[in-house]
Ligand binder design. Sequence first.
Ligand code: DAH
Length: 342
Amino acid sequence: MSLADSLSSLRAESLSAIAMLSSEEWLVDYRNEILGKNGKLTEILKGLKSLSDEEKRGVGKHANEIRDELSAAFDDRKTRIELADIERAIASEYADVTIPYSRTDGSHVHPLARVRDEIEDVFVRMGFRVYESDEVTTEYANFDAVNVPATHPARDMQDTFWLEGSGNVLATQTSCMQNHILRTNTPPIRAIIPGRVFRNEAIDATHENTFYQVEGMVVDRGIHIGHLKYTLETMLSEIFGKPVRTRMRPGFFPFVEPGVEVDSSCPFCDGVGCRICKQSGWIELVPAGLIHPNVLREGGIDPEVYSGFAFGLGMNRLAMLKYGVDNIRLFLDPDIDFLRQF
Ligand code: DAH
């Protein structure tokens, strides 16, 4: 067989073998066998010696082309094997995180987490987007941006943990997110912001220094107090698992005008009067109102064009009512007997 023929058959043989190799190790071995220092190609080229200069040039050129072609074929095969490995790993390690899990291990969902999940669920179905609240925030976001300037007496309503030297505070209210939401969205805005908040409280059965709120905000053209009432009534009915009514009384919060206290008809006696609602038939539950023009303006939104409502729901209080918990301190207590009930 001539040198040229040997080269051609090495080429054909190698190309079909490469196409069949399915592991990187085999590929490395085979590459050595063909293109390595003592490989078959080198072996064939040893025959060059006996050729004339002109023949050497022709065969040498052919040999270089074959080396390049085989090299490329090895590289290409390597990439394919790597991709196949990745695909196999993805297929075999795939986990469907949307499958509902069953709690067969005796573990429990904390009552606050449960209430938060339910609240998020209702609001997401109504087209709201869920944001997470900052736990460390700025004095500006927590107070100034929501219409509570430094000299405003309402600062005294929230006994704040100040962080030394930074001008930052532990969020005293999820309202601290309002400015951020307004600045980073264009109306229509529908957002809820669950989060943990902190106040320097004297602790008793209904006051903690750490508790949970859900802020809600809707901003669009023509938003009025009726939208607020409908939204809260829908949410509360879902959470209590039965239709409830709401009523509104005036309430003062610097970030809303008018501000209201929204009472729910007592879900335990359906408004007749019982121990839980102190015989009144109503339970004070959600402070709310129409967003103050100053707050919209500070968030870059024109109050002449848009209006909105906001509310700030206390999740601890809601969970206490829903699950009949009579001491707020239990939520932060690692008391297994308490937690096992949920
Ligand atoms: N941020 C208030 C608080 O922590 C609760 C609140 C009241 C939030 C009225 C609101 C609102 O958005 O409109 O006491």
